[in-house]
Design a protein around this ligand. Structure first.
Ligand SMILES: Cc1cc2nc3c(=O)[nH]c(=O)nc-3n(C[C@H](O)[C@H](O)[C@H](O)COP(=O)(O)OP(=O)(O)OC[C@H]3O[C@@H](n4cnc5c(N)ncnc54)[C@H](O)[C@@H]3O)c2cc1C
Length: 381
């Protein structure tokens, strides 16, 4: 459905990136799910084509078009694996934006330029074994020692964490303070003291390399500080709007492609001498699903429009993330039902989609946290 958000050029771009995803990524989804990560060569190929830097300024090798990147996150669902979308999305959509917004010129040259080329892969490391939703409770510490910071602690559930080259990292620089005691750093992962302690096995997102890491007296230079000391919590909150928009777009894309594939199946699958799509109850499932998908898409595009206008639409973005994550879970569940027993078999994409979308109501801020934000912004609580 058309939207007044995008220009005609964006629709051309949508087709270009869709063709790339369908022809170059989707055929390898099974292999990468098995391998547990997207190969580095894919990042390099996407970097060469300019597909990793759409929203980034031209001076760092980017395309300077935020909406083009938004479109690619919606289209990425066509790659047949939430994990493939997650690995690429974590690098371009949640790690590098911190450097773009808060990095010094040296940090941008050092990390954004090779990141946009796909030569280096980044991650965003905030969550810890004892602190997820409650970001202010993180325990990883960074202590200043002369020209260096000494970092100790651990992180978990980090997308790309088991194989990243650089890491945007949250640590306490003043453990006595809550929100005001957190600072951000951007660090190389070949530093002594950095260790990947586990590559995590997961329900879904299996083509994504999710890591648990430890820092033991990891020394990084003073200029590894990203942004202002003590402002990390606010920097993280500032970047959540974009991450949550991307998760909303990804949910809309996943629901749409899963529904399209299910419709094709329902038109050819016969029962009682007729295609199952011709049973009224099944046809109405599709009517319900397309309605919910369109509602999610329009809510997300509305939040994206406000974001593009610089209006900091925290409430609308939280509503989009909350609605679209649950909507995608409901749509994929209905699709699996329409597939019947075949829906439960690994040989059909629907089983993977069912596992993959379940992450959305958890990652990037849970449904309960979204409801806290929305209700507070309504003046309740
Ligand atoms: C596959 C995967 C990839 C991830 N990738 C990354 C990544 O790249 N980087 C990163 O930093 N993190 C990442 N995460 C972590 C993710 O952001 C957290 O899992 C999420 O924020 C929830 O934190 P938690 O798991 O510690 O749950 P908890 O915070 O322990 O929450 C547990 C439950 O309590 C509820 N709860 C918590 N606080 C409240 C409250 N105030 N009111 C009501 N209910 C509440 C939650 O909603 C949830 O239902 C990833 C997670 C997964 C599973």
């Amino acid at each position: 459905m058309s939207s007044d958000l995008f220009q005609p050029d964006h629709e051309v771009w949508r087709q270009t990136i869709r063709d790339y995803i369908v022809n170059e990524l989707a055929p390898h989804a099974d292999e990468w799910e098995e391998a547990g990560e997207v190969p580095r060569e894919v990042f390099k190929q996407m970097g060469k084509l300019g597909y990793l830097g759409m929203r980034y300024p031209e001076e760092y090798g980017g395309g300077d078009d935020v909406l083009a990147e938004a479109i690619s996150h919606e289209e990425m669902a066509r790659c047949r694996s939430g994990g493939v979308a997650a690995d690429i999305g974590a690098h371009i959509g949640i790690s590098m934006p911190h450097i773009l917004n808060y990095g010094s010129e040296e940090q941008k040259q050092k990390y954004l330029v090779p990141g946009i080329k796909g030569e280096w892969i980044g991650c965003l490391a905030i969550t810890e074994p004892d602190a997820g939703s409650d970001v202010a409770s993180i325990k990883t510490k960074a202590v200043r020692d002369g020209d260096e910071w000494v970092i100790n602690g651990s992180k978990t559930f980090i997308t790309n964490g088991a194989r990243c080259d650089f890491m945007v990292l949250a640590a306490k620089t003043d453990p006595d303070k809550g929100y005001g005691g957190i600072s951000m750093f951007v660090v190389d992962t070949d530093n002594p003291g950095f260790e990947v302690t586990r590559k995590l096995d997961k329900l879904g997102w299996r083509a994504s390399s999710t890591g648990e890491m430890a820092f033991t007296d990891m020394r990084v230079p003073a200029d590894a500080l990203l942004g202002e000391e003590g402002r990390g919590f606010y920097q993280i909150m500032g970047m959540f709007a974009w991450e949550r928009l991307l998760l909303s777009l990804g949910s809309v894309g996943a629901a749409q492609i899963t529904m399209e594939n299910t419709l094709a199946y329902a038109k050819q699958r016969q029962a009682f001498g007729q295609p199952i799509a011709s049973f009224q109850v099944i046809a109405h499932y599709f009517a319900d699903m397309q309605t919910k998908i369109e509602a999610g898409r329009q809510l997300t595009y509305y939040a994206l429009k406000l974001y593009m206008e610089g209006k900091n639409p925290i409430k609308e973005v939280s509503m989009a993330k909350l609605f679209c994550g649950r909507m995608a879970c409901e749509v994929v569940d209905t699709c699996l039902q329409i597939f019947g027993g075949y829906g439960y078999m690994e040989e059909y994409d629907i089983a993977r989609a069912y596992r993959d979308v379940r992450l959305i109501p958890i990652g990037g801020g849970t449904d309960e946290v979204m409801k806290e934000i929305i209700s507070k912004m309504m003046g309740i609580g």
